[in-house]
Design a protein around this ligand. Structure first.
Ligand SMILES: *[C@@H]1O[C@H](CO)[C@@H](O)[C@H](O)[C@H]1NC(C)=O
Ligand SMILES: *[C@@H]1O[C@H](CO)[C@@H](O)[C@H](O)[C@H]1NC(C)=O
Ligand SMILES: *[C@@H]1O[C@H](CO)[C@@H](O)[C@H](O)[C@H]1NC(C)=O
Ligand SMILES: *[C@@H]1O[C@H](CO)[C@@H](O)[C@H](O)[C@H]1NC(C)=O
Ligand SMILES: *[C@@H]1O[C@H](CO)[C@@H](O)[C@H](O)[C@H]1NC(C)=O
Length: 349
């Protein structure tokens, strides 16, 4: 994807990620369940302890109720919110009357794998979103129906993704697994076949290198806060649309980064802050945001940004962070300004 498609891309991404209003805790987009100020008495068939707003009777809100188990879910419910309870398990028949269920939001509970009975999710033939962030899972849940587009299992204690657990999820677009205990060997083969995956967050895990076989359609890849020290040459060559790559707070050294590994022409943002780099890796002229703060960089070669400089050949970098390195403004070469022509901000202090 080139820069001219970025506006479209941002609209797409904001469509995916900006529905959620963190202040109210609801999805304010009118296409989606919305209660907040409209919360009135429950009218539709609803579990007595929960709320099914008149305006969106297919949504059932059971947040913050200290529930220990999932209440009876009446037929017709499509969006089920059960955040901030004390749910430890799910019975085999819990969803037997709600095969229409599309969203199941279970963040901040006490779910454990051993207490999720049977093939409880695979029967949900319309399930698209499953969020089990902030629970007590030690492995991924499954099997899951192939209608899924958004799976979030962050902030658990997951140590393993077996090769079959995500198999067949051809429409999965978002996969959030940050803040778990995953390692390279424990995810081997797990991502194959995720042909639609655009967003993968594996930050705050225990990776010492990047796993093989990540889906090549990725637009956003997050591996912050791992222990990665090197990246094989050509690792990113198959990633033709990768736009956002974050590898901050790892153990990257110059020796671990072969010459062109980050010269990825689709990349818009690269975060390599809080590593152990002494020089600036070569990047594509198309890169716009480059974060290198808190490394050990002590020189500024223009060739990291521009091979040649000319009327149409210059770096698109707008924001460059170099603070927390061994560089002062005097270290910046004069010819830099021909190459970094559109830089709005170069921070050094
Ligand atoms: C599903 O509906 C049937 C028939 O109304 C009822 O007997 C059963 O208890 C329901 N199951 C659940 C888990 O609510
Ligand atoms: C999570 O599981 C561990 C044992 O696997 C248990 O000791 C702990 O109390 C559980 N935490 C919650 C919040 O359920
Ligand atoms: C995947 O998404 C496409 C487009 O929305 C849809 O037509 C197709 O049925 C979906 N596949 C599955 C397995 O749900
Ligand atoms: C990045 O790679 C391309 C070829 O893929 C090359 O033309 C370009 O000069 C490289 N950029 C830098 C800054 O070396
Ligand atoms: C910082 O750079 C200066 C000159 O560029 C060098 O003399 C000095 O040793 C460097 N300090 C560290 C901590 O690398």
């Amino acid at each position: 994807m080139q820069l001219n498609s970025l506006p479209f891309f941002l609209v797409l991404i904001s469509g995916i990620f900006c529905q959620y209003d963190y202040e109210t805790g609801y999805y304010p987009d009118p296409d989606y369940p919305y209660v907040h100020s409209m919360m009135g008495p429950s009218t539709a068939v609803c579990a007595p302890e929960c709320n099914c707003p008149e305006t969106y009777p297919s949504a059932m809100y059971c947040d913050d109720l200290k529930l220990k188990s999932i209440p009876i879910v009446p037929p017709g419910i499509k969006y089920l919110y059960l955040r901030n309870n004390m749910i430890e398990g799910i019975e085999d028949n819990t969803f037997e009357n709600v095969t229409d269920l599309e969203w199941l939001i279970l963040d901040h509970n006490h779910l454990e794998n051993s207490k999720i009975k049977g093939r409880v999710f695979s029967k949900l033939k319309n399930l698209r979103k499953l969020h089990i962030n902030y629970n007590n899972l030690t492995e991924a849940v499954g099997p899951l129906p192939n209608t899924m587009d958004d799976l979030q299992l962050s902030h658990n204690k997951i140590t393993k993704l077996s090769p079959s657990v995500l198999e067949g999820l051809v429409n999965l677009t978002i996969l959030q697994l940050q803040n778990n205990q995953l390692k390279v060997d424990s995810v081997s083969g797990a991502f194959k076949g995720l042909h639609s995956l655009m967003y993968l967050d594996l930050s705050f895990n225990q990776f010492t290198r990047l796993p093989k076989g990540l889906p090549p359609a990725l637009l956003m890849l997050y591996f912050d806060n791992n222990q990665i020290s090197n990246i094989p040459d050509e690792y990113f060559q198959g990633f033709k649309v990768l736009q956002f790559l974050h590898l901050s707070h790892n153990r990257l050294t110059d020796a671990g980064i072969p010459g062109n590994v980050f010269n990825i022409s689709s990349l818009v943002e690269l975060d390599l802050s809080f590593n152990k780099l002494k020089s600036i890796p070569t990047v594509s002229e198309n890169l716009e945001n480059f974060y290198l703060q808190v490394n050990q960089i002590n020189k500024f070669p223009v060739s990291s940004f521009c091979k040649v400089v000319g009327p149409l050949a210059y770096s698109k970098v707008r924001h460059l962070r170099l603070d927390g390195n061994n560089l002062t403004r005097a270290d910046l070469p004069q010819e830099m300004y021909n190459c970094l022509r559109v830089a709005a901000e170069i921070s050094l202090e």
